[in-house]
Design a protein around this ligand. Structure first.
Ligand code: YSA
Length: 341
């Protein structure tokens, strides 16, 4: 008889705990079954009227029931109190003004973005407009229009990622020379910063994905001397001091003459390190006087107009500015590195 009572008590208490919606409901269940005058207390007090064996048996069972109900109430409490707190939020939430505040962590721009913006700012002060172009290009803009016809060995200068449908990931920012010339009449001076892609081996100064800043200035009698003056002006403003550079004759199908500009390595001060391949110089940009075929491809008459173009490696500019000895650090996602800028 008593055993059946205990089973019923267990079932009822369990059900009532389940159905409890507020803490005061749980409190009621507690009092009803586990309180001083609760159902279990009555059973415990009835034990004294029983024989030894029966008392031991029923006592054990009553203890198990008590533990069961206590556990149920304990498990349910956090669910109800959590809900009650969130319901009461806004209505009666109080702030303890003496609790120390949590420091807000502010993000910041990536070093390459900082360098890109700085370069844009300086070129704008010299009268250049900032233009953008697509990262996915076609062969016409990336190669043909730049005087690099199909099967021309010069295409191998750029290790290209080809996509489906005759498209590719641009291997330089130079396609934007054509895109801009098609839609604008000279004279003009523009820069086009952007991300580019090359399928090549990486090392301390080479990445497969990096950033360039294209420059193009077209006018009546723009010369290589103008190019040199502008680049020197840009570099001295960018680094805040006179910078040693050297122009080397080079070859690009889209410029004639062509040259490359090296900067005296600022990571090692020109002594030689892994960034400058122990030469003391780092190649910073390719440049030259725009080839007449390129002007024609852009719809500009080379008999009236001429100018220069250049492509600066933004990553290398950043390496020189911040004295970074490995380009791959920029793409490592390592916060210990990035937090320093
Ligand atoms: C040349 C003549 C022009 O009229 C206009 C632009 C140019 C530049 C040409 N389009 C070009 O891409 N030349 S380049 O292959 O020598 O790259 C230009 C610059 O990008 C390099 O001087 C270097 O600073 C950077 N660069 C090249 N490969 C790189 C790289 N930076 C990081 N990783 C790489 N793998």
């Amino acid at each position: 008889m008593e055993k059946i009572d205990l089973r019923t008590i267990k079932e009822q208490a369990g059900k009532e705990v389940e159905e409890a919606k507020e803490l005061k409901d749980l409190d009621k269940v507690f009092k009803k079954y586990l309180g001083k005058k609760g159902k279990l207390a009555q059973i415990f007090s009835s034990l004294r009227n029983l024989g030894e064996k029966e008392r031991a048996e029923l006592g054990k069972e009553a203890n198990r029931t008590r533990k069961f109900i206590e556990k149920k109430i304990k498990e349910k409490t956090p669910f109800i109190s959590g809900a009650e707190i969130s319901v009461s939020k806004g209505k009666k939430e109080r702030f303890d003004v003496t609790v120390p505040g949590k420091k807000r962590l502010l993000g910041h721009l990536h070093p390459l973005t900082l360098i890109k913006r700085k370069a844009e700012e300086i070129f704008q002060t010299i009268g250049f407009s900032v233009v953008e172009g697509p990262e996915v290009e076609n062969e016409w803009y990336n190669f043909d229009a730049l005087n690099i016809p199909k099967n021309h060995p010069a295409r191998d200068m750029w290790d290209t990622f080809y996509l489906k449908g005759g498209l590719l990931l641009r291997t330089h920012t130079s396609p934007n020379q054509i895109r801009y010339m098609e839609k604008n009449n000279p004279p003009f001076r523009i820069i086009v910063p952007g991300r580019i892609f090359r399928h090549e081996a990486t090392d301390a100064s080479h990445e497969i994905n990096f950033y360039q800043l294209e420059g193009l200035m077209i006018g009546k009698d723009i010369s290589a001397a103008n190019f040199k003056a502008i680049i020197k002006e840009f570099l001295s403003k960018f680094f805040g001091k006179e910078i040693k550079i050297r122009l080397r004759p080079s070859y690009f199908p889209f410029t004639e003459p062509s040259f490359e500009v090296d900067i005296n390595c600022l990571v090692c001060g020109g002594k030689g390190c892994k960034v400058c391949s122990k030469t003391g110089w780092l190649e910073l940009m390719g440049a030259g006087m725009v080839h007449p075929s390129v002007l024609r491809a852009g719809g500009i008459n080379p008999n009236y107009w001429q100018g220069f173009a250049f492509g600066i490696g933004i990553d290398r500019l950043a390496m020189m500015k911040y004295k970074i000895n490995d380009i791959r650090l920029f793409y490592s996602g390592d916060l210990r590195f990035l937090e320093q800028f």
